[in-house]
Design a protein around this ligand. Structure first.
Ligand code: ADP
Ligand code: MG
Ligand code: ZN
Length: 607
């Protein structure tokens, strides 16, 4: 406790130490230079006429002799002694008689010290308050700067982001180019009677480069860029967020032309009046302020407000009304071509082995965002550096990709032989079903290396990007998902908890097929409603289902039928190719990882 306090207030401790030292030193200084003698020795020297002068200060007497004398075997000329407490009325006349020069001083010159000492606590308190204040300022604002604008204004001359830094996202760039043109030459478009939207909303999954794009617009146009994140508006006090919004727009007006960018706007832009658990006064006030600021400025002010979100579904509809964020730009996950561009972009300054095939890598990174790809290549670089390699090989990239897809390897995990066999058969089941079914995505790799997210994994990658899913594809996919559980029941005549995730995903997909895609026998060509992937509390609770309880039961029945069919198809395949299943499982136990080609050769399928 004390130790911690000392560490936190080092300056204070040093100050105290210096103070104590000075106090002690001033005391000592008075005595070290002179010899302490007895009062009678002093009187004897006075009587001898050997005392030159003395200084009397209270009871203390200091003085000097004309010629050195000895006291207790020590020779001295400077001395100090004390007046007896009962006084000595004859002393003064003796001194006068001997012609000793007598100085008197007030009893103490420590008055100054008394003042300092009595003021010290006060000084300390002031000092502590000052330090506390400084510390709070260090931590983002502190009490005294609440309400001030949190937006960081980027100096565009320093780090200029341009569209060249953004790979892919072609459509978004084309749309945003208009904004750039407007900001660089606003009169041109206005003269032609054109109207530029003042609010632009970038919508897309995380890591697809929304923030990057916004910054690039500012960079291309060479205007100031006010960047603030939705959660920055939130403070502990109601009304602060609203004040921040006001200040932000004020600052922006002073710096026009400029771009205001509100990242992650869902933090404040969530639908009002929704949500459980008490009021959201602060958030709603902030949102209201934002809406009124958006309405309040005119197109000719040359301010473009951009925002980004990956949850457009939960935003308040008022935000996207005309005149506000009425232009919506979708930033998709990169396509194969985009991924190739991204890979080229991020390997520009990296040393790659010749064998690394970026085209192939682009095909085999379905569903990766720009940020994921960047992360993957960075991991690969670190791995290569750890192994003291001058360049990055395919193996490192592959390892990095697996880490992103399936999580970290768990080296410490010890599985029993029986558990390993179970996992091997489970994964072999998935991949064999995948290999045999014509409409399923090709099997890329199977692994039973335990990782943070699963005990094993089967990776499949489609040959091409898919934007629509035919029923046959979905049915095959379901059968592949069932392949794991199916192998368990076929070989070990049991079921394990390892299939939990498979079953969850399969059920979710089957529900979508019934409810949203009209793919079940009874509800063919009928969209009953949403399978409720991300239920937004509050909204969903008040709404209820769009269909009756009886229909609900029928839906469950249909889902069950679909899942049972999928399971039966998987079992059909696995029992017909039982020896391939055994071979693949054994191969997995031997090597932990088996490549897709090997899976097909074990299955006896030529591709
Ligand atoms: P978002 O805001 O959509 O979540 P970011 O813009 O923050 O994504 O992207 C995170 C990082 O990923 C960026 O800093 C950039 O390095 C990289 N990135 C993502 N998409 C792209 C892209 N299309 N081009 C270049 N880099 C990208
Ligand atoms: Mg972002
Ligand atoms: Zn599984």
């Amino acid at each position: 406790m004390i130790k911690k306090y000392v560490q936190q207030n080092r300056q204070l401790v040093v100050l105290l130490a210096v103070f104590l030292f000075l106090l002690g030193w001033s005391y000592l200084a008075q005595y070290t230079s002179s010899t302490a003698i007895s009062y009678s020795e002093f009187l004897a020297q006075v009587d001898k006429g050997n005392v030159e002068q003395i200084t009397v200060k209270g009871e203390n007497i200091h003085g000097r002799l004309n010629t050195p004398a000895t006291f207790n075997d020590a020779s001295y000329t400077s001395f100090s002694t004390y007046l007896p407490s009962f006084g000595d009325p004859e002393l003064m006349s003796k001194l006068k008689q001997q012609g000793v020069q007598v100085n008197t001083e007030p009893k103490s010159d420590r008055i100054l010290w008394y003042i300092v000492i009595s003021l010290l606590p006060l000084l300390l308190i002031f000092w502590l308050i000052f330090m506390q204040y400084k510390r709070m300022q260090g931590q983002g604002g502190g009490l005294f700067s609440i309400g001030q604008n949190q937006a960081r204004q980027y100096d565009h001359s320093q780090e200029k982001t341009t569209f060249d830094d953004v790979a892919g996202a072609q459509e978004a760039k084309i749309e945003l180019q208009e904004v750039v043109d407007y900001l660089t030459d606003p009169d041109k478009i206005q003269d032609m009677g054109g109207k530029i939207p003042k609010g632009i909303m970038l919508v897309g999954p995380p890591g697809t480069g929304k923030t990057l794009l916004a910054r690039a617009v500012a960079g291309e146009a060479g205007v100031a860029f006010f960047n603030i994140t939705g959660s920055d508006f939130m403070e502990m006090f109601v009304g602060v967020g609203a004040k921040r919004v006001r200040n932000l727009f004020q600052d922006a007006r002073k710096n026009a032309p400029c771009i205001i960018f509100i990242d992650e706007i869902d933090a404040i832009g969530r639908r009002r009046g929704a949500g459980l658990g008490g009021g959201h006064d602060e958030r709603e006030q902030t949102l209201n302020q934002l809406l009124s600021e958006l309405d309040g400025f005119e197109a000719h002010e040359n301010i473009i407000v951009m925002c980004a979100t990956n949850r457009p579904d939960i935003l308040d509809p008022a935000l996207s009304r005309p005149g506000r964020f009425d232009r919506r730009i979708i930033v998709e996950l990169p396509s194969t071509q985009d991924r190739l561009e991204l890979l080229h972009l991020y390997t520009r300054e990296k040393q790659l082995d010749d064998e690394v095939d970026l085209d192939r890598l682009a095909r085999e990174t379905q569903g990766f965002s720009g940020a994921d790809l960047e992360n993957m290549l960075n991991e690969a670089t670190l791995l290569a550096a750890r192994e003291d390699r001058g360049s990055i090989s395919h193996a490192e990239i592959e390892a990095a990709r697996d880490k992103i897809l399936m999580g970290l390897k768990r080296h410490g995990l010890v599985m029993t032989e029986g558990e390993k066999r179970m996992v091997a058969y489970h994964e072999a089941g998935h991949s064999l079903v995948g290999a045999f079914l014509p409409n399923a995505d090709p099997v890329y790799k199977v692994s039973i290396v335990p990782r943070s997210q699963s005990m094993g994994a089967t990776q499949q990658f489609p040959e091409q990007e898919r934007y629509i899913y035919p029923r046959e594809y979905l049915q095959d996919k379901l059968a592949v998902m069932m392949g794991g559980r199916c192998a368990e029941s076929l070989v070990f005549d049991t079921a394990t908890s390892g299939a939990a995730n498979d079953l969850q995903q399969a059920t979710k997909m089957a529900r979508k097929m019934v409810l949203e895609w009209g793919m079940s026998g009874q509800f063919e060509h009928m969209a009953l409603g949403s399978a409720g992937e991300q239920v937004f509390l509050g909204e969903e609770l008040g709404k209820g289902k769009e269909y009756s309880e009886a229909t609900s039961q029928a839906v469950d029945k249909e889902v069950e039928t679909i899942l049972r069919d999928a399971f039966d198809r998987a079992r059909d395949i696995l029992s017909r190719h039982r020896s391939a299943l055994d071979d693949l499982a054994q191969s997995l136990l031997d090597h932990e990882e088996v490549a897709g080609e090997k899976v097909y050769s074990i299955a006896g399928i030529s591709r």
